[in-house]
Design a protein. Structure first.
Length: 92
């Protein structure tokens, strides 16, 4: 399996939330795990504002996932795909 770990998932994982357990399982599985470059900025900002360890957050993302950036075209396609899924599954 392949997973993109988004900012919400990272925050849950770093705070040890219930949903963070699923992220822990994914990170410790044989799956391919990715994080968007912009997600690093989002997570570090959120963690810093909560007075948590932003260095640990950064190192966790770098160490546990492959970091990648996307093109504007891919971002547009992702937005279209997201909208289609939301229409079918409002809680997506």
């Amino acid at each position: 399996m392949k997973y993109i770990i988004d900012a919400f998932a990272w925050i849950e994982y770093l705070e040890g939330g219930i949903k963070g357990k699923k992220v822990y399982e994914i990170l410790n599985s044989d799956s391919e795990n990715y994080t968007l470059l912009i997600t690093i900025a989002e997570v570090v900002s959120k963690v810093k504002r909560k007075s948590l360890n932003h260095k640990l957050a950064y190192e966790s993302m770098i160490k546990n996932t492959k970091i990648f950036d996307i093109t504007p075209r891919i971002a547009k396609e992702a937005g279209i795909l997201h909208a289609e899924y939301r229409r079918k599954m409002p809680q997506f």
